[in-house]
Design a protein around this ligand. Structure first.
Ligand code: GLU
Length: 317
């Protein structure tokens, strides 16, 4: 590792089985860091108690090792110590840039039409300015409270190393967003920012589905006076109909490929070629490192065709 090396991370959510799309994003993140002598951390994002399933954490670790990836230090399980997140929420509340909100999800949905491009609803600011503290809100209403971050009007610009400058209207699309849920769980947007900062992550390579989240995370960072990492959002893997691979598509999960005896070097070679990194038919992740260049990755989604799937399934170790 060179002095002043960058720090990247793999941040899987154990809410289902990882698939080939995850494999490609994780390999790209790992190649980008390791080919430049950087550190690589592993953080398991297991905060969402409703969606995290028993056994998936072990499965994720096995999948990553099967792909030939490694990481520095022990994996950080996000749920083990949430006190830094609590301190961040307290700081936001104390600074008056976050506020308690007692609205239920159903109330928010009824108040606001879903945002056109996805299922998100825009919070209309019902609880803005009503109470200073969660305790005050809960005593006054007899309800549990979430904490929302105030979002100013106007675009938030993300400078992506890959896609260039992109502006997002966070206020217009989601409005003041949740940083701690009513059930006490810390929201993804806050947890990612706090954990990236406290572990020194300064380079993030991940799927393009998270690009809009980068704008929210940039806002959280600004409010907590934390540095912004460099972001690269890589195009997704889609099937022949153009749909994103889903965790529920079990047959293409890394676990089922692994368990059915597929050679992981064939999966790595597919991911490398789908990212325009020339290589042999079967390679280890480490063998791709010497010639790796993130700039070569195409800007379009990668189509995983039935021929690719057949070829991978036939590639026995
Ligand atoms: N855990 C998130 C996911 O699996 C990724 C978080 C991130 O890369 O910031 O979608």
């Amino acid at each position: 590792m060179s002095a002043g090396a960058s720090t990247g991370r793999l941040a899987p959510s154990p809410t289902g089985r990882l698939h080939l799309g995850h494999a490609r994003s994780f390999l790209l993140a790992w190649w980008h860091a390791r080919s430049r002598g950087g550190r690589m951390l592993l953080r398991v994002e297991d905060l969402d108690r409703e969606r995290v399933k028993p056994g998936y954490v072990d499965g994720v670790l096995l999948d990553l090792a099967w792909l030939g990836l490694d990481w520095d230090g022990a994996p950080l399980l996000q749920s083990v110590d949430t006190s830094p997140m609590q301190r961040a929420v307290d700081a936001l509340l104390a600074a008056g840039v976050a506020y308690p909100c007692v609205c239920t999800r159903a109330e928010v949905a009824a108040l606001s039409a879903p945002h056109a491009s996805d299922d998100e609803t825009r919070y209309p600011g019902t609880c803005r300015g009503k109470w200073r503290t969660p305790d005050g809100a809960e005593k006054a209403t007899g309800r549990k409270s979430a904490v929302r971050l105030l979002v100013d009007d106007g675009p938030i610009e993300v400078n992506d190393g890959f896609l260039g400058a992109r502006a997002f209207d966070v206020a217009g699309s989601v409005g003041d967003f949740v940083v701690r849920r009513r059930d006490g769980a810390f929201a993804y947007q806050l947890a990612v920012v706090v954990d990236d900062a406290r572990t020194g992550v300064d380079e993030i390579v991940r799927g393009a589905d998270l690009l809009p989240s980068a704008a929210r995370q940039k806002w959280v960072q600004a409010r907590l006076a934390l540095p912004h990492p460099r972001w690269w959002h890589v195009p997704l893997v889609v099937d022949e109909s153009g749909a994103r691979l889903a965790k529920r598509r079990g047959d293409l999960s890394l676990a089922s490929l692994r368990e059915s005896g597929v050679d992981p070097r064939a999966v790595v070679a597919w991911a490398a070629r789908a990212s325009r990194q020339p290589c042999e038919d079967r390679v280890t992740a480490a063998e791709v490192l010497p010639g790796f260049a993130l700039e070569r990755v195409g800007r379009d989604d990668v189509v995983l065709g039935s021929k690719d799937v057949e070829r991978l399934l036939a590639a026995r170790a």
